[in-house]
Design a protein around this ligand. Structure first.
Ligand SMILES: Nc1nc2c(ncn2[C@@H]2O[C@H](COP(=O)(O)OP(=O)(O)OP(=O)(O)O)[C@@H](O)[C@H]2O)c(=O)[nH]1
Ligand SMILES: [Mg+2]
Length: 219
């Protein structure tokens, strides 16, 4: 019985990965940089995107993943970025997005007028890391309020990402977070992970994020 379950799971992942690879290639051909943001609920993914919408010079769009509500999509639209909401609630409430969802969303999006497409994955540090959505870069967001142990406790999101954004740095004077320890823990689970420190509220450090986007833009 257990063996059967494992085979089924492997098949689901293989189907997802194949489609993700196709999406990655299609978006590359079209010159659209595709970035998947993952984090715990409330780390600051939407706030980062709001700041990016207001201050980064480029044609941007986001696919918002949430179990329920269009709240994030509304926030992104208000900030001036094109936004498409996926709600998994009516379809069983999945805690992550899969490449099939992204493929369906892409059918609604005019890619000819987009430089960078973001996915804001559903807020949690576990399941989104298991499913390739076809992004060119996975970016894991971790806020200073979450504690320095999180990379050790939830390693997959850090191992499957190219960039880690440590956000809410404006709050560090009020917290007991040991940033040096946090960065050591991040490097312990993924020595290659590029670390960017910023505050989406004050704008401190945002230029490093914008430089990363500019450097990796495909058109
Ligand atoms: N002080 C401070 N607060 C921040 C920062 N970034 C986000 N916040 C606050 O953190 C809270 C959660 O931010 P969101 O951007 O909604 O977090 P999220 O990751 O999109 O949350 P989910 O979509 O629910 O997973 C909000 O009250 C934000 O105003 C920051 O850099 N500094
Ligand atoms: Mg959000």
């Amino acid at each position: 019985m257990q063996e059967k379950e494992i085979k089924v799971m492997k098949k689901i992942l293989a189907t997802n990965d194949k489609m993700a690879m196709e999406l990655r290639n299609i978006l590359k051909e079209k010159g659209v940089l595709f970035i998947n943001l993952m984090s715990s609920p409330g780390s600051g993914k939407t706030t980062l995107l709001e700041n990016t919408a207001k201050n980064f010079n480029g044609k941007l769009a986001v696919i918002e993943g949430d179990i329920e509500t269009t709240l994030d999509s509304q926030r992104i639209s208000n900030a001036g970025m094109l936004s498409y909401q996926i709600n998994t609630g009516p379809f069983g409430g999945d805690c992550h997005l899969e490449s099939g969802w992204i493929k369906s969303a892409l059918e609604e999006i005019d890619l000819t007028n987009i430089d960078i497409l973001f996915v804001e994955n559903i807020g949690n540090l576990v399941c989104p890391a298991e499913f390739d959505v076809g992004a060119h870069f996975n970016v894991v967001v971790l806020s200073t309020t979450e504690g320095e142990d999180k990379p050790l406790k939830y390693p997959l999101a850090f191992q499957n990402s190219s960039v880690c954004i440590i956000t809410k740095t404006d709050l560090t004077p009020y917290l007991e977070i040991d940033l040096k320890q946090l960065k050591e823990n991040i490097k312990k689970v993924n020595p290659k992970l590029k670390i960017l420190e910023l505050s989406s509220k004050t704008g401190n450090g945002m230029e490093n994020w914008f430089n990363f986007l500019n450097k990796n833009k495909l058109s």
